[in-house]
Ligand binder design. Sequence first.
Ligand code: TXA
Ligand code: MG
Length: 322
Amino acid sequence: MAVLTGDDHQIINKASNFLLTGHVVAIPTETVYGLAADIMQETAISNIYALKNRPIGHPLIVHIANEKQLCDYAIDIPNYAIHLIKAFWPGPLTLVLKKSAKISHLITGNQDTVAIRMPSHKITLGIIEKVGRGLAAPSANQFGRISPTCPQHVIDDLGSSIPIVDGGDCVIGIESTIVNASDPNYFTVLRPGHITIDQLKSALTSYPKILHQNKLNDVKVSGCLKSHYAPKKPLILFSSIDELSYYKNKFKNIYVVYHSKLNKPTINGCAISNDPVQFAKELYLILRRADQSTAYAILVEMPPKGIAWDAINDRLKKSSAK
Ligand code: TXA
Ligand code: MG
């Protein structure tokens, strides 16, 4: 079964019925596919952790469809967070806010904050409206692995017993930017994403102090884990042809992902865009293809530095961590 069939209206009805009766459903978002459960159903939420092999205590993002849900689930929302919401929702921005009593500690990893975002995918917004409550949803992959950007990736990772809403290929292809906005006096980018720090700043006429993530040791976020977003094969970053030759000798059979003009005919692998937005969109698909190849290691050409590349460098750093 897996992929739900019908027109959008029928799919929204089917998916919301599954969710309301305590099942988990894979849903499309503009960033990556999520594995969703009704936030009011603790057994369904526990199932998310079990299906992903995700440690309990690694908190989930609550996906909402309207302002009322935001006010139901978060309290003491700072002014600057309201401005960010106006500028970027619906869209790939997650805000960590103080939680209301309606949000269970199973979702927040026992913290007093909750991560909330309003995705922009129309079918998913329709499902959340129909369910009438937020959906807790991490990315729909095995814990620590590459996020899925199309229904087939979800099936590859989680099998075909979970209902999947087919919303096509994700248009962004990399997870949302996460901002800790739980304090009126400062904000922190906990996970870089499609929305850059410069874009966040330019949406605010005045903004509070921006703290670097390392200054915070009281929040649990993906940045705390050294290895994440990882393929099964070793992933190694290279920045010169000499390094590439070294690894070619070492592993014999390598899959090369490159964005500059390498001598293509001699290389087994795939070119990736040298534009950061397009690079992000292609990255997970290419890493999955590399993982399915016969190569023993995946060699990825080091992307450029700079704010527009922050999210990509963050993911590749973690994908290549041992
Ligand atoms: O684009 C996305 O954000 C996707 C789609 C499905 O929405 N979701 C996603 O979820 O990437 P996940 O679970 O793979 O990553 C969510 C991150 C985790 O690293 C988690 O630690 C962090 O959000 N997080 C959740 N609640 C938090 C909280 N209260 N405080 C700090 N970090 C939190
Ligand atoms: Mg994830």
